[in-house]
Design a protein around this ligand. Structure first.
Ligand SMILES: [Zn+2]
Ligand SMILES: [Zn+2]
Ligand SMILES: [Zn+2]
Length: 257
């Protein structure tokens, strides 16, 4: 059915615009106003200019999915956006990112549900992949019996590439329950220590010696998180390393005593 009121206004052709707040834009009116043969400026000129503050039209919004019509209160700018959407739809290019805005309540709920399902599946597969990567990381990098088959210069990058896919907290927990002497034999620790020595240009960071280099934990607060807390580690020669441990031992005894 044609909106006769609207037509009367258009036919009257007065310059103040035809469409006023409170008007009802029926399906036919929407069809008329979104006809691609009309220039957009012409459509805009049909709306009265200065009386829209806080006011709305009642617009027949046609669901782009199921075609159901819902009468919705829309402001002037929302109405123009809607008309533009329909215009594009009629020329065969539906703006995908606006479908949610204009589809009916039922279709919107269905789309929301479908999106949630996809998101859930995605999250689940991310978790599964992470769990798998963590297991593989532990099996390989934290096995004291495993030996690297590649040159030391590639240890660190190989380690980090696998670490980023795994769960850092599970790895740290695993490291913390290992006997420390076993931990020191793991490919993980060998790679970390190698990297710390490389950063120190293979010199003791206290005396500059190049002999018998060790990697030392300044504290054990970040034990198991060495990859992301490399500054907690220091490259020392055997002698300086011993001095550090003697000093720590004395401090502990001092604190006790
Ligand atoms: Zn629908
Ligand atoms: Zn030294
Ligand atoms: Zn140490």
């Amino acid at each position: 059915m044609i909106d006769l009121n609207l037509f009367a206004k258009i036919l009257a052709n007065d310059n103040s615009g035809y469409i006023e707040p409170g008007d009802v834009l029926t399906e036919e009116a929407v069809s008329l106003l979104s006809d691609p043969q009309w220039k957009i400026s012409k459509v805009i000129s049909l709306f009265k200019k200065h009386c829209w503050e806080g006011k709305e039209l009642s617009v027949a919004v046609i669901c782009p999915i199921c075609g159901q019509i819902e009468m919705r209160p829309l402001t002037k700018s929302q109405t123009l956006k809607y008309l533009n959407f329909i215009r594009k739809q009629r020329t065969g290019s539906i703006p995908q990112d606006e479908i949610d805005k204009w589809c009916c309540t039922k279709c919107a709920a269905q789309r929301q549900k479908a999106r949630k399902k996809i998101e859930q599946k995605r999250k689940q597969s991310v978790l599964l992949a992470k769990a798998k990567a963590t297991k593989e990381f532990i099996n390989y990098f934290l096995d004291p019996k495993k030996k690297w088959a590649i040159e030391p210069c590639k240890w660190w990058i190989t380690l980090v590439n696998h670490y980023v896919l795994a769960d850092e907290h599970i790895i740290a927990k695993y490291i913390r329950q290992m006997p420390y002497s076993e931990f020191l034999k793991t490919p993980y620790w060998l790679a970390v220590a190698q990297r710390v020595k490389y950063d120190a240009k293979f010199r003791c960071q206290v005396c500059g010696s190049k002999e018998n280099l060790n990697c030392h934990h300044r504290s054990y607060e970040y034990l198991g998180y060495e990859i992301t807390h490399r500054s907690e580690l220091i490259c020392l020669c055997q002698n300086c390393h011993q001095l550090f441990h003697d000093a720590t031992q004395k401090n502990k005894e001092g604190a006790k005593g």
